[in-house]
Ligand binder design. Structure first.
Ligand code: NI
Length: 218
């Protein structure tokens, strides 16, 4: 484990690298998503504990190799970045482990976070997928993938395998039922559960209003 000053420098250079890397993303995974996840993870860590340096580094790097962003089969960009900076080998390995545990892979697929650091980064990432920002990001992602907003003939599915979940091309509204409304009960930490409650209610209200308008009832 390096000194505090070394760690600050590592965070700073990683932040700059990620800012540039995600500068032009339009799928809801832009730099500000990463920055919110980092800030939320540190906020949760203030209550739940965990190693702040590892949490902050993992949060900054968590989407760099994400399968949703088309990086699934590439050589790991995270590994490459960590090999370029002056970070303790042990720390680099822990950060990679945290990131591997974070991603959602389908309603029926268990993604287990083991360490307190992984639990916190996963919760922070999932909190950014729900509530008002979650709604905005979901439609941005759907637009980016050229999906319909809604099609009453295509029913939501609870995917039991990561392969199935990965292949879905369903309208964006289905994503609320296939993932977003499930997240509240999958938070690892109490601090995140509390924040999730209000965000969850906001999505339910949104969906109710959406379908009322869809059916010309309001
Ligand atoms: Ni993310």
């Amino acid at each position: 484990m390096g000194s505090n000053i070394q760690q600050k420098e590592l965070v700073f250079s990683t932040e700059n690298f990620i800012k540039q890397h995600f500068a032009t993303d339009s799928s809801g995974h832009d730099w500000f998503h990463i920055d919110r996840v980092r800030n939320m993870a540190l906020k949760i860590a203030a209550v739940e504990g965990g190693n702040l340096f590892l949490i902050e580094m993992a949060a900054l790097l968590h989407d760099l190799d994400d399968w949703k962003l088309g990086n699934g089969d590439d050589v790991s960009k995270t590994k490459h970045w960590l090999s370029q900076i002056a970070i303790d080998q042990e720390d680099a390995k822990v950060i990679e482990d945290i990131i591997n545990q974070v991603s959602f892979k389908g309603a029926g697929v268990e993604t287990k976070a083991e360490s307190v650091e992984a639990k916190i980064v996963q919760d922070a990432d999932r909190l950014d997928a729900i509530g008002a920002i979650g709604i905005a990001r979901t439609f941005a992602y759907g637009g980016n993938k050229q999906r319909l907003l809604h099609d009453p003939d295509i029913k939501p599915q609870l995917h039991n395998s990561f392969e199935e979940y990965k292949k879905t091309t369903a309208p964006t509204i289905n994503h609320f039922y296939e993932k977003l409304l499930l997240l509240k009960d999958r938070m690892n930490t109490k601090a995140a559960q509390e924040i999730a409650e209000e965000r969850h209610r906001f999505m339910e209200d949104f969906l109710e209003q959406f379908f009322s308008e869809w059916n010309c009832k309001k």
